[in-house]
Design a protein around this ligand. Structure first.
Ligand code: FIX
Ligand code: ZN
Length: 412
């Protein structure tokens, strides 16, 4: 019989080696040019670090935003890395990336780091990061409403198979008053009051973009107040356009619930917060639309247990990721343990939400360590009953946790 120490070694090896399908990121296929962020200045100006930087600096907001990206990175490096030890998860992440790339972080030499990144070419750097992170494919977040992204899709380009697409539709659901005239201008016969062919035309818009980008699923992030059913524009659009579209085209609907946008607007993208949401809305969707598939992640830690309970009730609900403020080691460990205990392997414990290519390296390195530890404990508990897991069984299970179960869910 394998000892707990032997099981730990076996599980750690497998968790380290298994390639990941990263199901939600904000990365772009390199064909999108400048939209794909990478390198030390983008790492340092990640919005997680901007939020932390303002806490350790008294720079006025407007002055910070008027700086160039390099100057902002200088300021954050000084405030978060030189004046204090970089112990936060987002700071530590930068150091994990630099170390994995073979850089000596002891020197605390930002110009030398910049000189290193200047030598890279984006195509080679993309391959290097995916290799270091052992990520086989990333899912992008693709918005037809983004004025920078939209023309690239319209022009067309040769797809990099390592970058899958997801159709992101926040303005459609959350800003219908402004989106209706926009859709109209693009040739879709929609009306702000939902009369006439509106829902059919929204479906035509969704179908056109699903085809154009070859979307894996359709996605939205929603405020904590999200309710369903409800007499709101988003609830009507979900019922009469998104879900019929999903059934017709076999597209799951991904909901990220619990964000409160612009809690401090002075922080711009770093200014969003969170709120406790109603898991009942998710249960209602799953119960009323059993022919639809729902991918759900929630932002409040306090929602996680109820979301697991909901997933036990509905097999058309797949829970994923430790989103944003939850993506910290202590919380990932807690959530992963709870999900394994309540849902077994029928969930996806993590996505990266990377905005900067290099972050794949740290987000997956940190998460693999935690997931491996928790899994080893679970297999050791099984072994103690006499149910010894084989290498092949563990490999199968880890493949499922790292995107395999989700791919099956999307396909079935
Ligand atoms: O809505 C989202 O997809 C969020 O992940 C982002 O809006 C957020 O800014 C983020 O980067 C979180 O990690
Ligand atoms: Zn995201």
């Amino acid at each position: 019989m394998n000892s707990p120490a032997e099981i730990r070694t076996l599980v750690t090896d497998i968790v380290q080696a298994t390639p990941v399908f990263d199901i939600h990121t904000h990365l772009y296929d390199p064909a999108f040019g400048e939209l794909l962020l990478w390198g030390i200045d983008d790492l340092l100006t990640y919005h997680y670090l901007i939020a932390e930087g303002f806490r350790q600096s008294d720079v006025p907001y407007e002055k910070f935003w008027a700086l160039s990206k390099t100057q902002q990175a200088d300021l954050i490096w000084d405030a978060l890395f030189l004046r204090h030890s970089p112990v936060s998860e987002a700071c530590r992440g930068v150091l994990t990336v630099l170390q994995a790339l073979g850089l000596d972080v002891r020197k605390r030499d930002l110009p030398a780091l910049r000189a290193h990144f200047a030598q890279w070419e984006v195509g080679e750097f993309t391959t290097r990061c995916l290799e270091l992170a052992r990520v086989r494919q990333v899912c992008m977040t693709n918005s037809p409403f983004d004025p920078l992204e939209r023309p690239v899709w319209e022009r067309g380009f040769a797809r990099d198979p390592r970058f899958a697409a997801a159709l992101r539709i926040d303005p459609l659901l959350l800003d219908w008053a402004n989106t209706a005239p926009q859709l109209h201008a693009w040739g879709y016969e929609v009306r702000a009051d939902f009369s006439g062919q509106t829902f059919g035309e929204v479906r035509r818009f969704l179908a056109d973009w699903t085809r154009r980008i070859d979307a894996r699923y359709c996605m939205v992030s929603l405020p904590a107040e999200f309710a369903f059913p409800a007499e709101t524009a988003e609830a009507r659009l979900i019922e009469h356009a998104i879900l019929p579209h999903g059934r017709e085209h076999g597209q799951a609907f991904a909901l990220m619930i619990g964000v409160r946008r612009g809690v401090n607007p002075q922080l711009r993208m770093a200014g969003d917060g969170l709120g406790l949401a109603d898991v009942g809305a998710v249960e209602n969707l799953c119960a009323q639309f059993p022919a639809n598939k729902f991918l759900v992640t929630m932002l409040a830690r306090e929602n996680q247990h109820a979301l697991c309970v909901a997933a036990r009730k509905f097999r058309n609900l797949h829970v994923f990721g430790c989103w944003w403020f939850l993506n910290n080691p202590s919380i990932i460990e807690d959530m992963t343990r709870m999900r394994l205990e309540m849902l077994g392997l029928s969930m996806t414990p993590q996505h990266s939400d990377c905005r900067v290519l290099d972050q794949l390296v740290y987000k997956w390195s940190h998460s693999r360590g935690i997931i491996g530890r928790v899994l080893a404990e679970k297999y050791a508990d099984l072994a103690a009953t006499g149910w010894e897991p084989t290498r092949a069984e563990i490999e199968r299970d880890v493949h499922d946790l790292f995107g395999g179960a989700l791919e099956r869910f999307l396909k079935d």
